[in-house]
Design a protein around this ligand. Structure first.
Ligand code: SF4
Ligand code: SF4
Length: 351
């Protein structure tokens, strides 16, 4: 199926965003203490759909919340009763503006595991009810490597509506899914029109300039192949030596999806939560009997990088990394997944 492209300008785009916000439940990056996180907004002035990539948090929590209530329960002498929690606040029809393409790709990657052996209907409902608007970046940040991975950054295959900055103030609005096509047709940018034949060429040029701005590049197929042969490599120990196991890299990552279940009980009333956890956490694999199969930090880092670049790829056909670089930007000791996997991949094979 081919989808429509329209051309507008900055004023048309702003008006379209304002109309979307006034008519639909809309989320967009909102600044707080120099960081941008996705919040529900009631005006364009509150948010910045063009927030800088290095300061913008992942959109993942709007699909997989940092902590969510699963059940409420009450204990009394008559026994324990279990109740549903309140309605899911993020399951309704909504629009998200300002999602980076890598982040939108993260949702596609997560979808595979969320409809695998256990169907996470909450995640899938949130996905189905959301229209994602995403602007193709004009320039890579220092830690970005999205163009080195296994998805189509040029053709913006992960969002519903892609926005591309053309020359001379022209802005292209490209539907990328049926959902995006329907939404764009029903909510057009005021004054937008079908583009001139030169549009494809201009969008291609914008991509070429963007692709040329990357500092980090790798051949992911080579990395997949080499890492699969280096499970016993001492390079994991070298690469993870400085890690303080704070888990920030996993919490901020658009594709990490480890979680824990915990109970909070006050007197006879309890709440059960599902919240983020990480395979970098020393207690993550601790078993009830006291045994921990991953007691050493390098083993946990080995799991993290092998899961991202070998196991997930084998099971679902895609890498569990979208090259957003946020883990490297946020790590307090400057560890970068890009450097770790390249270091391990290029280390000698242990005989
Ligand atoms: S591992 Fe790092 S670069 Fe890869 S998706 Fe997660 S945060 Fe982004
Ligand atoms: S953010 Fe850095 S220090 Fe923290 S767990 Fe990840 S690699 Fe280790």
């Amino acid at each position: 199926m081919s989808f429509s492209t329209f051309v507008t300008d900055t004023a048309g785009l702003q008006k379209m965003f304002e109309a979307i916000i006034s008519k639909h439940e809309t989320y967009a990056p909102v600044e707080k203490f120099g960081k941008f996180d996705y919040k529900k907004v009631s005006s364009l002035k509150e948010c910045n759909p063009d927030s800088p990539i290095d300061a913008t948090m992942s959109v993942k929590p709007l699909f997989f919340p940092r902590a969510s209530k699963i059940i409420k329960y009450e204990a009394s002498s008559a026994g324990t009763s279990i109740h549903e929690t309140d309605e899911d606040p993020i399951a309704g029809k909504r629009v998200i503006l300002g999602v980076k393409h890598c982040d939108a790709r993260g949702l596609q990657v997560l979808e595979a595991v969320n409809k695998w052996d256990y169907i996470d209907s909450d995640f899938l409902k949130r996905r189905a009810n959301t229209v994602i608007f995403s602007t193709r970046c004009d320039k890579a940040d220092t830690q970005c490597f999205c163009t080195s991975l296994d998805y189509d950054v040029e053709n913006l295959d992960a969002m519903d509506v892609a926005i591309i900055n053309g020359p001379d103030g022209r802005i292209y609005l490209c539907a990328r899914t049926e959902k995006g096509e329907n939404f764009l047709t029903q909510n057009p940018a005021p004054g937008s029109r079908n583009p001139e034949p030169i549009a494809q060429e201009e969008m291609k040029k914008q991509y070429e300039t963007f692709a040329a701005s990357f500092r980090l590049k790798m051949d992911y197929k080579d990395v997949n192949e080499k890492m699969s042969k280096r499970f016993d490599s001492p390079a994991f120990e070298e690469a993870s030596r400085n890690c303080v196991s704070c888990n920030t890299c996993a919490f901020i990552c658009p594709t990490c999806h480890c979680f824990k279940i915990s109970d909070e009980k006050i007197r006879d009333t309890g709440l059960r939560y599902k919240s983020y956890d990480s395979c970098n956490n020393a207690y993550f694999t601790l078993e009830a009997g006291g045994h921990n199969p991953r007691p050493a930090k390098y083993r946990r880092w080995r799991q993290r990088s092998m899961h991202k670049f070998v196991y997930y790829k084998e099971r679902f056909g895609v890498n569990l990394c979208v090259g957003c670089g946020h883990c490297a930007i946020s790590c307090p000791v400057n560890i970068s997944i890009f450097e770790v996997v390249n270091h391990v991949a290029n280390a000698p094979v242990e005989s």
